[in-house]
Design a protein around this ligand. Structure first.
Ligand code: NAD
Ligand code: MG
Length: 363
């Protein structure tokens, strides 16, 4: 087992990573103060892993709340089901909410914990690669509004993050690839040596080799923990975690949620950010191609959707959270492992990037 710490003063917490951690009841119990626990999961994950967690929590008074699966259910109505479960079983302020599932469950259970009786403890037990390397760390919680994704929420840090790499065995390969997009992202924005490691171990990751998974997740969480430790509320450097995301969100929105997975859209968006950085002369063709090759080897799309025109991108990108005073700030690279957030690029270079022929990139 590997462990590391997210340093946030009195809100610091550990991340544990390893195989079969769900069977280790002591690990979970160490971070539970009271006698009550509410496990929040969904219809897909509960049949696979709820029993294991229940067994680990023998002796506690446990309520299970099993939600419908999917981003479409990340809303008020579903959040209410968590409060229903907590109140019906009379959970008090010393209860602990355990989020067992992917990012949708983690974001919703975390937000419920932030709100229930003005805040109760919660523990993240992420079961998708994306949630293990990204959403379970950093304290962003929330739900969607019909008018915008993740528009209602809170910063609320967990007591601990427990990552059992064994849960990835049941994850659909497409979801695994989507998580790899975020893993590769960390190398590109702040850890160039990690890119060398990924060059060597990407096939092991896709083959779910436990040791490689643990190492990739550890390095990804370490990168995220560093960035979040420096800028919890995204006043500056935390925005670099959004490499490829502004282009990616435009793809997700335009194609309709669920058509492209988030990680897939981020992959194509990352290629666009690499290409824009190259056109600015900040990275060379070789660096761009290295990023593209890794994404490709991870089984991810590296060409934006054919049907999207430059105007489509510009329209969707204009509503990005990173627009400040009408200026569209983008995360770009000034080298491998060196991301910057900037609005300081000529508009024409952005437009050229949007009309580039990505199918011609031979990584
Ligand atoms: P998800 O939670 O929808 O999970 C993907 C699918 O895999 C679901 O059908 C889920 O039921 C299933 N699943 C989960 N674990 C499984 C397992 N071990 N075996 C088999 N199936 C399993 O999607 P996600 O990619 O994990 O998370 C996406 C969500 O995370 C989005 O809502 C996004 O907004 C959010 N997010 C939040 C942050 C943050 O900082 N809070 C960061 C990134 C993403
Ligand atoms: Mg992301």
């Amino acid at each position: 087992m590997q462990s590391l710490q997210v340093e946030l003063g009195d809100r610091s917490y550990p991340i544990y990573i390893g195989e079969r951690l769900l069977e280790d009841g002591d690990l979970l119990k160490r971070h539970i103060r009271g006698k009550q626990v509410a496990i929040v999961s969904n219809e897909t994950v509960a049949p696979l892993y709820l029993e294991l967690v229940l067994r680990a929590l023998a002796g506690f008074s446990v309520t299970s709340v099993v939600l419908p699966d999917g981003e479409a259910h990340k809303n008020w109505q579903t959040l209410q089901l968590i409060f229903d479960g907590l109140l019906e079983a009379r959970h008090d302020r010393r209860t602990t909410v355990v989020a067992l599932g992917g990012g949708v469950i983690g974001d919703m259970a975390g937000f419920a914990a932030a709100c229930y009786q003005r805040g109760v403890d919660f523990i993240q037990v992420p079961t998708t690669l994306l949630s293990q390397v990204d959403s379970s760390v950093g304290g962003k919680t929330g739900i969607n509004h019909p008018l915008g994704k993740n528009m209602v929420g809170a910063f609320y840090q967990p007591q601990a993050v427990i990552i059992d790499t064994g849960t990835l065995v049941t994850l659909p390969p497409r979801e695994l690839s989507a998580g790899l997009a975020e893993v590769i992202k960390y190398g590109l924005i702040c850890d160039a040596p990690f890119l060398d490691w990924l060059d060597e171990h990407l096939d092991d990751l896709r083959a779910l080799r436990a040791e490689s998974l643990t190492e990739a997740i550890r390095r990804s969480c370490a990168a995220k923990a560093r960035v979040v430790g420096a800028d919890e509320r995204e006043a500056g450097v935390r925005a670099t975690l959004n490499l490829g995301h502004t282009f990616g969100h435009a793809i997700e929105t335009h194609m309709g949620y669920g058509c492209w997975l988030h990680g897939e859209a981020v992959a194509a968006g990352t290629v666009m950010a690499l290409e824009l950085s190259r056109r600015l002369g900040w990275i060379d063709v070789g660096a761009r191609n290295r990023g593209v090759r890794l994404l490709q080897r991870a089984g991810l799309p590296v060409v934006p959707p054919m049907e999207m025109q430059p105007e489509d991108f510009l329209r969707h990108m204009a509503v990005d959270k990173k627009v400040l005073d009408g200026q569209l700030r983008l995360v770009l690279l000034q080298g491998l492992g060196k991301a910057v957030v900037t609005a300081d690029y000529p508009r024409t270079v952005l437009e050229d990037t949007l009309t580039a022929d990505y199918s011609a990139i031979q990584a």
